[in-house]
Design a protein around this ligand. Structure first.
Ligand code: FMN
Length: 352
């Protein structure tokens, strides 16, 4: 009955061996210089039987960093570090795309390793707290509103990050437009109070995201670019009374760009809405059980499914689902800390 999960899928230029995707997950384990470590190489290699791995959120620029020990893709050493990850995944026949996450105002300054500024569409702080270097939540920094010319420069930073991701061997990139990060800050009518062409009416609030997607498409080919949305998700102070009024036009605009996929974190039964506004491939996610995932694919409502937490504790998730084996539980104490522990020490079912 779950056979449909094991059918090959094509998402733009990405040919996947199966429809089971590893969702992007921040794990806070990168090294000095925000460079991927050998542990990260091992972690992604262990999970390479996924049809596609989407990496943890990765900053396109120093200013994009908001959390502790998240990796970057703007320096030569970071590119070299990621090259080891992509080689390891490709050696096992897997595919991997990089999630580009610019935190914007969702930032604790002490989490940065440099003096890069905290920027956002408007000088409005994120109301909730974010973990600092010791993991204890603290208030976020007050951001500076970008000048119009600076917004255009940030668009180009994303294009360069996409090029860097390809240079590092990534099969593509995913723009993180969910969870209250920079693109979401532009989309949302409360965090975006701009009066230039990037703020105000919906066609202006979607402009930044569409320009970034287009610029990344020009840089590496739009069929290697995807994006992630989560309408109605209030995470990181993203309150909105009418998200459909923003995400409808966004999806219809993105539909014209010939992208690889839209990735929906479905917190509010939005799959029908996304299908109505977007004709390309859809990945759906959020708290799905294996049977539910198969039913969604069978209905044709999505072309692939991403799983997050299952992949933390089941490196061989694809094989386990195929065998109907029991799924291991996540060690909740070592999600963001512990180095090897709770990271690369989850056993393979058939190991040894
Ligand atoms: C530890 C952890 C870190 C996460 N980090 C990210 C991230 O960097 N980018 C992102 O888009 N979503 C992130 N998410 C959300 C997951 O991608 C996914 O949407 C969520 O876990 C729900 O899927 P699941 O029920 O299959 O776990 C994270 C989730 C977890 C559990």
């Amino acid at each position: 009955m779950n056979e449909i999960l094991f059918q090959p899928v094509k998402l733009g230029a990405l040919d996947l061996a199966n429809a089971i995707i590893m969702a992007p997950m921040t794990r806070d384990r990168s090294g000095p210089g925000d460079i991927p470590t050998e542990n990260m190489v091992q972690y992604y290699r262990q999970r390479a039987s996924a049809g596609l791995i989407i990496t943890e959120g990765t900053q396109p620029s120093p200013a994009g960093k908001g959390y502790w020990r998240t990796p970057g893709i703007w320096s030569k050493d970071q590119i070299a570090g990621w090259r080891k990850v992509t080689d390891a995944v490709h050696e096992r026949g897997g595919k991997i795309v990089m999630q580009l996450m610019h935190c914007g105002r969702v930032c604790v300054t002490a989490n940065k390793q440099d003096s890069s500024e905290v920027i956002a569409p408007s000088a409005i702080a994120c109301a909730n707290k974010v973990p600092g270097p010791d993991g204890v939540p603290v208030p976020t920094a007050m951001p500076r509103a970008l000048e119009t010319s600076e917004v255009r420069a940030v668009v180009q930073e994303f294009a360069q990050a996409a090029r860097n991701a390809r240079e590092a061997g990534m099969d593509g990139v995913e723009l993180h437009c969910a969870s209250g990060y920079l693109p979401n800050q532009f989309l949302n009518p409360h965090s975006n109070q701009r009066t230039d062409e990037y703020g105000g009416p919906v066609e202006n609030r979607i402009r930044f995201t569409l320009e970034v997607l287009e610029a990344m498409g020009d840089a590496i080919g739009s069929e290697r670019v995807g994006f992630r949305i989560s309408p109605y998700n209030p995470y990181n102070d993203m309150h909105d009374d009418d998200p459909k009024a923003t995400f409808g036009p966004l999806l219809r605009g993105a539909d014209k760009l010939g992208l690889a996929y839209t990735h929906l974190v479905d917190v509010a039964d939005m799959l029908g809405f996304v299908n109505a506004n977007y004709s390309g491939s859809i990945i759906t996610n959020n708290n799905l059980k294996v049977d539910e995932a198969a039913a969604i694919l069978a209905d044709g409502q999505a072309q692939a499914i991403s799983f997050g937490r299952y992949f933390i504790s089941n490196p061989d998730l694809v094989e386990r689902i195929q065998e109907g084996a029991e799924l291991a539980r996540v060690d909740r104490d070592h999600i963001y800390t512990g180095e090897d522990k709770g990271y690369i020490d989850y056993p393979l079912r058939n190991a040894g």
